[in-house]
Design a protein around this ligand. Structure first.
Ligand code: XIL
Length: 672
């Protein structure tokens, strides 16, 4: 919508609000009755543009909100922003906390199902404020959207500001009805098509089972023959906080557990004979911090290794056996340990490692083998598992577990993008199987749609390649026994903005679904009616920011601004406020596929080094590195060969230590 139109709508809305006696939300950028393009929590008054989320107390002090008595990780403060559905929003909070990190999460109802999408997370300390900020798209059919502040640890969080604002032009969907759902029984079954190869599974929230609308259940039942509860069997939902905290002496060694969250999905799978993957027993995340403390008291000391091992053993024993006793044969595999490898090498630093020690993974599998019902397969599960260096760390960690005979399977989460080479991916599966003597489950597959001219079509073409490689690997003897898609529809995905799944929000199949089917039939994914021919135009890419615009985009949480002080002209691009060095400025170079590109630019930063890198999932080949540090403009140039047939490739610029950088005169041209 154009700005002028927004003003008219704004004025109309303002009138409407006044007529209904509703209070207007805080003003937007200018004028008191501007449509609310920003919703800013007012911590001078209770529930003014904010609300309490989960179980906690909120004290208002000097315009700040102090969240205390937090009983669970999602206990915090929410800014409701239902009227922003169908828009990309920015959420920014200033927080301080004794918790190591704080997260912003978007939640909404989508046709009666509840979804949670991570917006941003950042490190925090008690004595200084940290800004947590990120952009996220709220699906058009989302109802009751709100963004809340949370932390896995249950210590206090102080919030001095929290606001949600529209990014770009406002798309006003307030008052418009949600889209009709498609008939899910009309789509051919994936699990039937793949029956000769492996189980075809899906992750689902229990809300699908309790939903009044049975169309989601119909889709699940016709398409899939394995189910993973998306959150319901994680420690934060299974540990019984009220019992453990009320009587820590009684539950000191054997934590109280309950299955209130998981029962609807367990009941459903039992009744419908759908085997379930149990996810997950031992994990650093979605496990409350009090679990690791003496007397379950986060203000006291951490538990001793001995105590924690007892808790671990009793937890694993009681959870596995409660499920087996009450739902015999339903759970056929458990993710015993999830995500124990670090992203930057070795084992992840976490409570389990700190309290028990490096052998916590071995002990967990030992207990699961000792107590687990016979025939239930024991899995290790992780992400970025196909990347060579992380694979090395995972193998090192799991070799002793395999030698002890305590592991049956490797869970490859596979949160990937279409930049990942399917051959490298299936080679990783083969390596795990060969090295550890285990079977393979692909446990959480989702594929970020490329930022290309035809993202849905290109994603479909990629899915065909990926599943062709998986099927070939299976035929060649790689023991892939289950492939699970991490969610039913794009709108229900934990990464909904990236449109990573097989079905649209309205339950109709995407080209991605078609691609998966084409891997078996040999057919081609149909080009959509609005297909845009990719340009074979090799016009050099050039930008000097003199039009005050940038034509690439932010990578992850980088903040980009055209600012004065250009190299030659007036303007250049500033990149700042990322949370990692690789949060940078990204440019799509897909049009140069099949050619070598020459990249040149000028860059300025206080960081010692700035880099230009190609963004291939699983590896990040460096194009050029320049020594900055002097704070002066420095020239960089380098060549990079883009493979023929690449459907999506970006290059990005970054600084080595997250210092802001300024870039200008970027030129990219084909040189062969
Ligand atoms: C995600 C869920 O999909 C979200 O609903 C939740 O808010 C966070 O966790 N690796 C895992 C999964 O093993 O459990 C995570 O699931 C995604 C990453």
């Amino acid at each position: 919508m154009k700005k002028g139109l927004i003003k008219i709508v704004a004025a109309a809305m303002a009138g409407l609000f006044l007529l209904c006696g509703c209070e207007l939300r805080p003003k937007g950028t200018d004028g008191p009755y501007e449509f609310p393009l920003t919703i800013k929590a007012d911590f001078n008054e209770k529930d003014k543009f904010w609300q309490t989320n989960g179980s906690c107390k909120v004290k208002l002090e000097n315009g700040k909100a102090v969240i205390t008595n937090r009983k669970e990780s999602n206990a915090g403060i929410a800014v409701p922003c239902a009227e922003y559905r169908g828009n990309t929003v920015n959420a920014t909070a200033m927080v301080s906390s004794e918790n190591d990190s704080v997260r912003l999460t978007l939640t909404y109802d989508i046709y009666g199902n509840v979804s949670y999408v991570t917006v941003a997370s950042g490190d925090t300390t008690a004595d200084a404020e940290s800004q947590i900020s990120g952009n996220i798209e709220i699906p058009a059919n989302a109802q009751n959207a709100k963004i809340y502040i949370e932390a896995s640890d249950v210590r206090d969080i102080t919030v001095s500001s929290f606001e949600v604002s529209i990014v770009g032009d406002f798309n006003d969907l307030t008052g418009t009805p949600v889209e009709e759902l498609a008939d899910p029984t009309k789509t051919a079954s994936l699990s039937a098509a793949y029956a000769d190869y492996f189980k075809f599974g899906v992750a689902s929230p229990a809300s699908v089972m309790t939903n009044k609308n049975d169309k989601f259940r119909k889709l699940l039942k016709t398409q899939f023959n394995s189910v993973t509860p998306e959150n319901e069997l994680k420690p934060e939902n299974v540990l019984d906080a009220s019992k453990c905290l009320a009587d820590p002496a009684k539950y000191n060694e054997s934590p109280a557990i309950h299955f209130d969250a998981a029962k609807p999905i367990l009941d459903y799978c039992k009744k419908n004979n759908i085997p379930m993957r149990g996810h997950t027993l031992v994990w650093y995340s979605q496990t409350p911090s009090w679990f690791f403390y003496e007397n379950y008291d986060v203000n006291g000391n951490l538990a001793s290794r001995e105590l924690m091992l007892k808790r671990m053993e009793n937890y694993i024993d009681s959870v596995m056996n409660w499920c087996e006793k009450n739902y015999p044969g339903v759970i056929y595999a458990w993710d015993v340990v999830n995500e124990a490898a670090a992203d930057d090498g070795g084992m992840r630093d976490c409570y389990w490692k700190q309290v028990v020690g490096d052998d916590y993974v071995e002990r967990a599998f030992e207990f699961a083998r000792k107590h687990g019902p016979s025939g239930v397969q024991l899995f290790y599960n992780d992400y970025n598992e196909y990347q060579t260096s992380k694979m090395g760390d995972i193998l090192t960690m799991l070799r002793p577990v395999a030698a002890a005979g305590n592991i049956d399977g490797m869970g490859m989460q596979s949160h990937i993008s279409s930049g990942l080479d399917p051959n490298n991916y299936v080679n990783a599966a083969k390596t795990y199987a060969d090295e550890l003597g285990v079977v393979i489950h692909i446990t959480e597959l989702d594929v970020t749609a490329p930022k290309s001219l035809n993202p849905m079509y290109d994603q479909g073409v990629y899915m065909k390649k990926l599943f062709s490689a998986i099927v070939e690997a299976k035929k060649a003897g790689v023991p892939i026994e289950c492939v699970t898609i991490w969610g039913l529809t794009d709108d229900m995905s934990w990464k909904s903005s990236t449109k990573p799944l097989l079905f649209y929000g309205n339950l109709s199949p995407k080209p991605a679904y078609e691609g998966v089917m084409c891997a078996l039939t040999g057919g081609e994914v149909a080009k959509p009616a609005d297909y845009q021919e990719p340009s074979s135009d090799l016009t050099p890419y050039y930008e000097d920011f003199e039009d005050k615009k940038f034509h690439g985009g932010p990578r992850y949480s980088a903040v980009l601004k055209v600012v004065e002080g250009g190299y030659e002209g007036n303007y250049c691009l500033e990149n700042s406020e990322g949370y990692a060095e690789y949060d940078g400025y990204s440019i799509d170079v897909t049009q140069f596929a099949g050619h070598t590109i020459h990249v040149s630019f000028v860059i300025k930063s206080k960081a010692d080094v700035c880099k230009c890198t190609a963004d291939i999932d699983g590896s990040w080949p460096n194009i050029v590195e320049v020594q900055t540090g002097s704070g002066e403009w420095v020239t960089g140039e380098g060549d990079y060969k883009i493979e023929e047939g690449t459907t999506s490739l970006s290059i990005y610029f970054e600084s080595s230590d997250m210092s802001p950088f300024y870039i200008d005169n970027i030129k990219i041209e084909a040189v062969d």
